[in-house]
Design a protein around this ligand. Structure first.
Ligand SMILES: [Zn+2]
Length: 370
């Protein structure tokens, strides 16, 4: 399935949101933006809309505790598995007080909101295995507060949450230094035994290479930009696999200023990033359950035999890469031999000493082989 985002709709979302004088979470503009987003999601057939109010505790940028809204559109799936696509709709101007104007936040992060709303439209027609939550969050600029509230809820309600794709500042391909790359998006991921975010990012890179010839994922193998934070982190902290998408050449001087304007954005670029979100979300949401206990058999041979637990009759994908490569270099789709407790396949002439391997359900996140 190919998902073609509509640049005109992406632009009209950014226009509407950046026309509000501010969307600071402590301002009336935040509530207006939340209403606009909820009304927009409500027009998409099949999407259930919820405004989730959470308490922002007193903090560095919150003088008194108060309620703030997250807006969540949900496309129900057939199973209890879930994925989240997120962006933050609040904006910030660091040089004025919270209710004062001058925070258009076109790129940071109306760009992400536009992408998530467009993916909701593109995917509304599919009947996914996984429930997809389109999460538009507030309080990002006050300390990732909306994302913390949603991640806490996911933990409290024991969500079977397999992936979070967080989009923040994804609408411009170049900066004022003249550095430009209209053909790549960065995906930041953290490596941890508590979640599979690194493998999610690696798989997004592979998936993009398979489906798009003119655009790529640039993997950044760290949690986030240096010394900065994002809404994926409240999820990884709680053991969920979450990554951050951000443009390659940010213009730091415009962020959190009145100059974060639509005229500095590139909607062809934003459309490509939106397409990656749609491709990856659709694939994950339609995949069968992931394999478990993926192991490499310890025989001495030039081939590699993998064993795992899963469903017999289901299709899987085997991935491999040279140990010095950060990206998958080979992939084979197979229907394994054996019963559910010991599914097995052999990849001939790919040596386990020189390669890393992973097994995925077809279209799902690879699980590294131990
Ligand atoms: Zn942001």
């Amino acid at each position: 399935m190919s998902f073609m985002p509509d640049s005109t709709r992406l632009r009209s979302t950014v226009e509407a949101l950046s026309a509000l004088s501010t969307r600071n979470t402590l301002s009336d503009g935040c509530a207006q933006a939340a209403e606009w987003i909820a009304a927009h999601l409500a027009q998409i057939p099949g999407i259930e809309v919820e405004t989730m109010r959470y308490v922002m505790p007193k903090g560095r940028r919150v003088p008194e505790p108060r309620f703030a809204p997250n807006v969540i559109g949900t496309l129900p799936g057939r199973t209890d598995r879930r994925i989240v696509l997120s962006a933050h709709f609040d904006s910030l101007n660091l040089s004025v007080r919270p209710h004062e104007p001058g925070a258009p936040g076109a790129n940071d992060d109306a760009s992400g909101v536009a992408a998530v709303l467009e993916v909701a439209r593109l995917l509304a027609a599919i009947q996914p295995e996984c429930t997809i939550h389109f999460a538009l969050l507030s309080g990002e600029e006050q300390g990732l507060l909306g994302a913390h509230a949603l991640a806490q809820r996911a933990q409290r309600e024991h969500w079977n949450l397999e992936a979070v794709l967080n989009n923040d500042t994804i609408g411009s391909s170049g900066n004022l230094l003249g550095l430009s790359d209209p053909t790549a998006i960065r995906v930041f991921s953290e490596e941890s035994p508590r979640h599979n975010a690194r493998e999610l990012a690696r798989w997004m890179e592979w998936q993009t290479r398979q489906h798009l010839s003119d655009f790529r994922v640039k993997l950044v193998l760290r949690r986030d930009r240096f010394g900065r934070g994002g809404d994926h982190t409240p999820f990884t902290m709680r053991g969920f696999s979450a990554v951050r998408l951000t443009e390659v050449h940010e213009e730091y001087s415009r962020q959190h200023t009145p100059d974060d304007l639509i005229e500095h954005m590139d909607f062809d670029y934003l459309a490509h990033v939106t397409q990656i979100n749609a491709l990856c979300a659709a694939s994950l949401a339609q995949s069968e359950p992931a394999p478990s206990f993926v192991r490499i058999v310890r025989d001495q041979s030039h081939s590699t035999t993998l064993r795992w637990q899963g469903n017999s009759g289901q299709k899987y994908a085997i991935y491999w890469r040279d140990t010095a490569s950060a990206t998958w270099r080979g992939c084979r789709e197979i229907t394994p031999e054996g019963d559910a407790f010991t599914l097995q396949t052999t990849i001939d002439r790919v040596n386990k000493d020189d390669h890393f391997f992973a097994v995925a359900s077809l279209g799902g996140i690879p699980q590294p082989a131990q």
